[in-house]
Design a protein around this ligand. Structure first.
Ligand SMILES: C[S@@+](CC[C@H](N)C(=O)[O-])C[C@H]1O[C@@H](n2cnc3c(N)ncnc32)[C@H](O)[C@@H]1O
Length: 208
């Protein structure tokens, strides 16, 4: 991990505890409200800010091929051990620029951004949305979640609104297909009043 990857503050220091905590989260429970936007046919998916690979593993189990992008070494190492799937490839890279990912000149049916967008400041979110839009194939979807509520100690997190995120996505040529609010699936966060915005954007096909 690059020392100054912004957004990762407070993660490496607490990696062991977070790995234990995140292992209890179920992909199916967390993503039930948006599962219908994940293609049924085997697809190419990039999971950015992939943590310990909960989503990557869930998606691989559905038959998809997943590129899991995560800047914190401890999380990538844990993920490889927890989910040794041939359908998952791990990449050390970070938002907003995703330099290593962009250098691959790849494109995806789905861009997952679970619980990561609010780690970026306003200027970074603008740069990152440009990248996300460019990574999507026509007809592809970006599935995002934004956390609202008390910020864990030592973490860099901004209160990012759905409205701002939708505006940014539209400005970069994406179309909103789903906007919903949910409570946290983690009991402690739910008790602390943490809520989530779930957004799904589609990249429309170019008019012929
Ligand atoms: C709350 S965790 C979510 C992990 C996973 N997506 C999930 O939902 O289980 C946020 C993740 O984003 C990663 N992250 C933080 N800043 C990042 C950045 N600038 N670029 C990419 N990932 C980042 C953290 O290292 C961490 O793994």
């Amino acid at each position: 991990m690059t020392i100054d990857t912004s957004g990762t503050e407070g993660y490496a220091e607490r990696a062991d505890a977070l790995i234990e905590q995140w292992r209890t989260i179920s992909f199916a429970d967390r993503h039930a409200p948006i599962l219908r936007w994940i293609p049924q046919a085997p697809s190419r998916i990039v999971d950015i800010g992939a943590g310990i690979g909960t989503d990557a593993a869930g998606l691989a189990a559905l038959g998809h091929t997943v590129l899991a992008v995560e800047p914190v070494d401890a999380f990538r190492d844990a993920a490889r051990e927890l989910h040794p799937s041939p359908r998952i490839e791990w990449l050390d890279d970070s938002l907003p620029d995703l330099a290593a990912l962009v250098a691959r000149r790849d494109s995806f049916d789905v861009v997952m951004l679970s619980a990561v967008w609010m780690h970026l400041d306003a200027a970074q979110r603008d740069r990152a949305m440009r990248r996300v839009a460019a990574l999507l194939r026509e007809g592809g979807v970006s599935i995002m979640s934004l956390r609202h509520g008390p910020v864990p100690a030592g973490r860099r997190m901004f209160d990012v609104t759905a409205e701002e995120t939708i505006g940014l996505a539209l400005a970069h040529g994406l179309r909103l297909v789903r906007d919903l609010r949910t409570s946290s699936v983690q009991p402690a966060n739910r008790a602390n009043g943490v809520t989530w915005t779930r957004l799904v954007f589609e990249k429309p096909a170019e008019a012929a």
